[in-house]
Ligand binder design. Sequence first.
Ligand code: BES
Ligand code: MN
Ligand code: ZN
Length: 505
Amino acid sequence: MAFPTSVVAASPASHETDVLALVVREGEKLDSVDRELDGLLSRCAKEEEFTGKEGQILSLHTHGKLGAQRIAALGIGKEKDEDRTLEQLRVAACRAVKLARSVGAKSLAIAGPFETPSRVQAAAEGASLGAYVFDRYKKEKKPLKLGAVELLVPGKATRELDEAAQLGAEIAAAVCVARDLVNEPPVRATPAALAAAARKTAEEAGLECEVLGRAQIEKLGMNLFLAVARGSAEEPQLVRLSYDPPRAKGSPVALVGKAITFDSGGLSLKTAQGMEDMKTDMAGAAAVIASMRLIAAMKPPFPVRGYFGACENLPSGTAYKPGDVIVGKSGTSVEVLNTDAEGRLVLADVLAWAVEEKPAAVLDMATLTGAILVALGPWTAGLFSNDDRLAAELTAAAAATGEPVWRMPLPPEMEELIKSPVADLKNTGGRFGGAINAALFLQHFVGKVPWAHLDIAGPASLDKERGYNARGGTGAGVRLVAEWIRRRTDSVPPPARERAPARKR
Ligand code: BES
Ligand code: MN
Ligand code: ZN
């Protein structure tokens, strides 16, 4: 659900709307609107001890004294750095939408410190992300009367600001595409359905899309991928999405997503509780599909590829077994000790394919290990990289989008944990440092290409609503990738005659 979001130059006191949300910093005066209300707002604030602290809310009817029927002051706390401000604005816009929805408003205007395009974009993102519900399978849907959101700015509503609002809404719409794919039950979100979703995205966005079935995957020598897929009746699907600008500059950026549409653990079966949420094991691929849709709209000057190998991980008479030794696309042999460490096997083959095109950088996103939740908690993605510059780019992009990531090490001395007595590698490295040894395993398949791996097992899905993320799939990674690509676009100077002014942040 993305709202048409526009930027309007108007005074909050006179602007006509059902709900007027005022974004308030801690300690900030509520002057112009308060004056129109003869000081009522500041009196109420005093009574209710509203000071603008983060999370505070003060909502009242205006009884015709303002253009707005109802006003709501939303506290966002003190000013810290700009990245924090952007996140405060996303959350505030989300809260404004939720309040507007709960009172059945048809229109909402938000007044706040929307001085720069990135702040406008953040508010637009937060508004649309906060309106998301997954009620496809409910008899009773929550109707949404709210049709549009206006962001009120004091000065002029420039084209630049309006474009930023559009972009924010587009980004949110893409995030919701990923959320929908993750939330869809596994009986529907099959490997074939995921491939169909990629095809549909490609058609809508003008991308090229190749979908390869079992026979072609065999031809490519992807035996690790095929081994994981073998226990399932669903045919595995290998997907490559391509964005190629008219006069491509430089080598492509490659995105790779984990696409296990259901992870039972295979013969190393998970517990019943352990597989309750394992429909979300394709969240990496969902993020790739959604990111590619955004990239097609953002039109960077360099090519971008999106890859995923989709299959189910199930036990059966045809399933792969602990003890199997398999040689995949890269020629490296792998001893399978635990069929529940399947993600790294599929990724090994898909990464090996992706690096054949000699990309400038490859980023994989995967709900890879439970261990990353133990290390970093439920909301932070683990970032692993063989390239400090790439890691720094991704860390900065993540901070600007409010997607928490934390860089994790790839200690060479831990390689010993994934050495096998019978093959080049084994697919588990024991209980300790589980997220690290999974990443070390992947590193064997990327050669010398600058590579980063985001273990999104935590943030990909939530067991309850949090900020602008609803329960279930969050679309983790999508906004981060969009911001990363935008920054790489800005740092590649286009030919002089089509150079656009750099965006202010
Ligand atoms: N898909 C899981 C990881 C996961 C766990 C994602 C919890 C989201 C929430 C992955 O395939 C897996 O099962 N990993 C195992 C690896 C182990 C067998 C080495 C794990 O983390 O337990
Ligand atoms: Mn698993
Ligand atoms: Zn898995």
